[in-house]
Write a protein that binds this ligand. Structure first.
Ligand SMILES: [Zn+2]
Ligand SMILES: [Zn+2]
Length: 366
């Protein structure tokens, strides 16, 4: 076992390592994917006695609280470090077929057996192992089964990025996968094939960065899969259905936006009445929606500046202007023009790349 830092090692040994230690080699050897490993880790962190008192309470909550309020504690706070949030994550149980459920059931059987065999889970308050009752086995087994279902679509890959020039990789990034994690608060973000934000990894932490001009009250969407311009609607929908059990009805899917090859480069200006000026600052605030000539010349100049920046970024040059100009392009299009256009997706990619390049690398200590 490799811990990423001394802090992680101390935490790990105190919280879950004992229950995991003797089982981990078998769990890895079985090669069942990341979900059973994460599920085992979740169980390893909740002692049986605690599980027995908390599960019945949460089951009641499931029926009494509306879906929107599940996971929020009595103070109305959604605390990701609280087991409650994990318990209520969406697994789309009803949308799963029999084979899928049977597979989860078999895995739950194996994991429960491992928890028994570890001799560290079914223990009394003094840590002495005992022969679990049928009730205990059913409670633990069904909790494992439930988590195999709801952790699968909610777990995220943890990777370390290496930034490479855009000409070497179309995204400008080389990602090395290190493992997986569950971030209940991030699970609250819905998917859209046309994203307004992106999640970025900092070691074991994730941050959400906005990649568009988000008006007050509108939904912040990230991508669970592919974006509209890189994959066809059929590819996107079938992937989302397979992994997340829902049919995507985002703006891009509903209006069948074209993929990159067929995408217009420049956006069309909105009707003057539909342009959004509220909250604008800087040069954009000075534009008058009814003076379309002025807006057009501003747009031409802005897009030219962006184009030059984009070419520089392709060559590996990436200065402070890159982020600023990408933001200006995104804000301009969101306020004054209609999607889709490739300039917008280019600006989003450039901004994402810019944010990633500034991130601190994570360090690994054995
Ligand atoms: Zn160990
Ligand atoms: Zn979609």
């Amino acid at each position: 076992v490799i811990f990423c830092s001394d802090y992680c090692r101390t935490e790990g040994i105190a919280k879950f390592h004992q229950v995991e230690c003797c089982i981990l080699p078998t769990l890895i050897e079985l090669d069942m994917g990341i979900t059973p490993i994460l599920t085992y880790r979740v169980l390893a962190q909740i002692p049986l006695l605690q599980l027995k008192s908390i599960i019945p309470k949460l089951e009641v909550e499931k029926h009494q609280k509306t879906r929107q309020l599940q996971g929020f504690n009595d103070q109305g706070v959604y605390d990701s470090s609280d087991y409650e949030t994990l318990f209520h994550l969406e697994g789309n149980f009803g949308a799963r077929d029999l084979n899928d459920l049977l597979e989860k059931c078999c895995k739950a059987f194996i994991l429960t057996k491992m928890l028994i065999k570890s001799k560290c889970y079914f223990v009394d308050e003094h840590g002495t192992p005992f022969e679990p009752s049928l009730y205990d086995v059913i409670l633990v087994g069904s909790t494992v089964f439930m988590h195999l279902i709801n952790i699968q679509p909610n777990s995220l890959e943890i990777c370390e990025y290496q930034v490479v020039p855009l000409y070497k990789s179309p995204t400008g990034l080389d990602a090395k996968s290190l493992g997986g994690g569950i971030y209940p608060a991030l699970s609250l973000f819905n998917h859209s094939c046309h994203i307004s934000a992106t999640r970025i990894t900092y070691g074991c932490h994730k941050a959400i960065y906005s990649l568009s001009f988000i008006t007050k009250g509108s939904e912040v969407c990230i991508s669970y899969g592919e974006k509209f311009f890189s994959h066809s609607i059929d590819q996107r929908r079938s992937q989302l259905l397979r992994n997340y059990k829902f049919k995507c009805n985002c703006e891009a899917c509903t209006n069948n936006w074209p993929t990159l090859h067929f995408l217009e480069k420049f956006p069309k200006l909105k009707q003057s009445e539909k342009m959004i000026l509220r909250g604008a600052t800087g040069k954009i605030a000075k534009l008058n929606p009814h003076n379309r000539k002025r807006i057009e010349s501003y747009m031409k100049e802005l897009f030219q500046k962006f184009h030059n920046c984009y070419l520089d970024a392709m060559k590996g040059k990436n200065d402070a202007d890159t982020g600023t100009i990408a933001i200006e392009v995104l804000e301009f299009i969101d306020r004054f023009a209609d999607m889709p256009c490739s300039l917008y997706t280019d600006a989003q990619e450039m901004l994402e790349f810019f944010v990633l390049e500034k991130q601190a690398p994570c360090t690994y200590v054995n």
